[in-house]
Design a protein around this ligand. Sequence first.
Ligand code: ADP
Length: 493
Amino acid sequence: MVMSMSEELIDPGLPVVVTSPALQELNEQVVAILENMSDAFFALDRQWRLVYMNRVAEQIFGGRRENFLGKNLWEIFPEAVDSVFYREYHRALAEDTTVEFEAFGPGLQKWLGVRAYPSREGLSVFFRDVTGRRMTDMMRRYMEALIAASNDAIIGKTLDGRVICWNKGAEKLYGFTAEEMLGESVSIILPPDRKHEMEEIIQRICRGEYIERYETLRTRKDGTLVDVSLAASPITDEGGSLIGVAVIAHDITERKRIEQERREKEQRKDDFIGMASHELKTPITSVKAMTQLLQLRLAKEGNAEAVRCLERMDKQIDRLNRLVTDLLDVTKIQEGRLELIREIFNFDEWLKNLIEDLQQTTTHKINCSGKVGRGIVADRDRIGQVVTNLITNAIKYSPQADTIDVRVMADQNGVIVSVQDYGIGISPASQEMIFKRFFRAVRDGAVPGLGMGLFIAAEIVKLHGGNIRVESAEGKGSIFSFSIPSPTLDVAP
Ligand code: ADP
């Protein structure tokens, strides 16, 4: 422990009470020094009573000296009895020897660096609060233990890329030992096409950025590449100046492998869906054609019952056809092949016809209000697909209600259509998911569907540059609305 100059001036066996005038003056000088020194000081008599303490000691004890002087040290700090302090002070007096130690003051909750001198009168004790340094030391030891124990590679490098720290994790990940790497340029582990990354990372750190999850490749000692995720942060000196960079590298080979496997699986599934729906399309088309042919023949023969059967069959074929068309659309979207065929059309008339057709298929009353009053430019069939999906959903998911309200609004930016039902509604968690592929909020099979309609609708609206959204309350119903931007066309064609 480094002591201040003052300790050399003080006789360890300091007689605190002196009587002759010369000694009185000396005593005053000594007290002045004790009061002004940066270390704490107190003196004890042989009965462990405090006979003097300076200002710094007051600060560390956390109280005014009037409250302590004359009192027994072990009564002031009963928790220190049997502590290092207790044992060392007793040893100093018993063996008439100076003692020096650092210990945690139980009553003070501080680390103290202590030097105590015995004398005939008692014990003179110098001490200082070393909590800050102890904590820093402790932190450093913790950090060293953590770095050594980490499975991740932890690397410290100077601003010009020289390695100053290379832990066991780095040895395991890259195959180079600390001995091989310390002092070397970290660029050894950078693949030739990524040499620029070191400079980039250092520049970003210099700009005060922290780097998290920088996914890249590094080269091992054996020349193989390893996928890593890097986090980098600055190392500064006491003055806050940047002196290096600390990098933690996590091996993400396994994660990448799982991701790749998942992607391949998804791809195989998508390919299969694409192929299967494509294969289904042709037989469905020919079955439909033959059904219609048979219908005509049997109608001519006057077999009404068989005709009714075939009509029902035809409807089921249409359903099958819609499912397969949806599957094909989903595949097109996945492959980025869904294209729009834009044309100008009279929106109001077109919507009226569409709703009339849908009205034939349901007992719900579909009300329509609002007008566009002009032509719009959009893919008519695809927008028809969106509106049909929203209205058929509104019907499907409101079995207890009997009304659907369709509202149309237009401004100079385009058209907004909303479809409101008074049905089962959608929970907030499901609202976030319903535009995703194959998502269904109700999966009990009570309502048929495959969770493709809204995914396709959202994609069609997106391709038009518009937005689709839902507002819903469970048990009250839902409002789906979408917008289609379109230039103003004054004359409705
Ligand atoms: P599908 O109806 O074939 O399942 P959609 O993609 O059209 O597929 O809809 C996805 C899911 O969103 C539905 O399964 C349903 O849970 C929910 N949903 C859609 N529209 C409504 C609605 N109007 N009311 C309640 N739930 C709805």
